[in-house]
Each structure stands twice: as C-alpha cells, then as structure tokens.
Ligand binder design. Sequence first.
Ligand SMILES: [Zn+2]
Ligand SMILES: [Zn+2]
Length: 127
Amino acid sequence: MFFIMGISQGKKKLDYSKTVICNQCGSYGRYEVFMLYSYLSLFFIPLFKWNRRYYVQMSCCNTVYELDPETGRSLFAGKQVDIRESDLTLIQTGRRENSWSKKRCSACGYETTEDFEFCPKCGSRFE
Ligand SMILES: [Zn+2]
Ligand SMILES: [Zn+2]
C-alpha cells in the first residue's frame, strides 16, 4: 500500500468588508480578513485542518494585523461581527506605494528608492 501524505499551508479569504481610516497611513482603507491554516492531506484530499490563525490586511498600505481568534472564528462561522481596533495586533507596518519603499537588486545588491523596473547598475529585473 502506498500513501501520499502531505502537510500544507492554506490561505482563505473571509467574506468581510469594512472601510476605516487607517491609523498607519491615514487614508481610507478596507479590512481584508484572511485565515491561514495547516492541513494534512492524503492522496491530495485535505483530511483535517488545524492551527488556524486569522489576519487582517489593510487594502491601502498592506499593514498586517493578527486578528483576535475568537473574532476570527465568529467571522469564519458566518456571524455578523464587527472588527474593533482592540481585536487587532500589529504585525507588520505597511507602506504606501512608491513613497520610501526600497528596492534591492538580487543580482548585484544595488539599492534604490526609485521605482525602477530594472536595476540601473546591472540591468536585472527587480522582483
Ligand atoms: Zn493604510
Ligand atoms: Zn543589479
């Protein structure tokens, strides 16, 4: 008997939309709620999921918060819940596009704050 088993990471976007004034960048943004989970699959069929974590990403500047798991579970169950700021733990501060985002060339290490598509030093494409 031959089994193909695997543990994978999944990501699911939850159906939630709320427009707020972002306290990171000060513009209007939407909360986008994601659930990340690990799952075990057998013959590519997911058997069970565990380690569910919920995250909120701001649409304006991509700031990422971890969402209170209770609130996340309620959202996942389809309940009408309101995400409050007290449910959110800041994980990663986002940035507005082309303000001070730094690009680094993976080929030669050249750094620039300009919005180049190709490295001005060696001509490699920025990712
Ligand atoms: Zn923002
Ligand atoms: Zn380069």
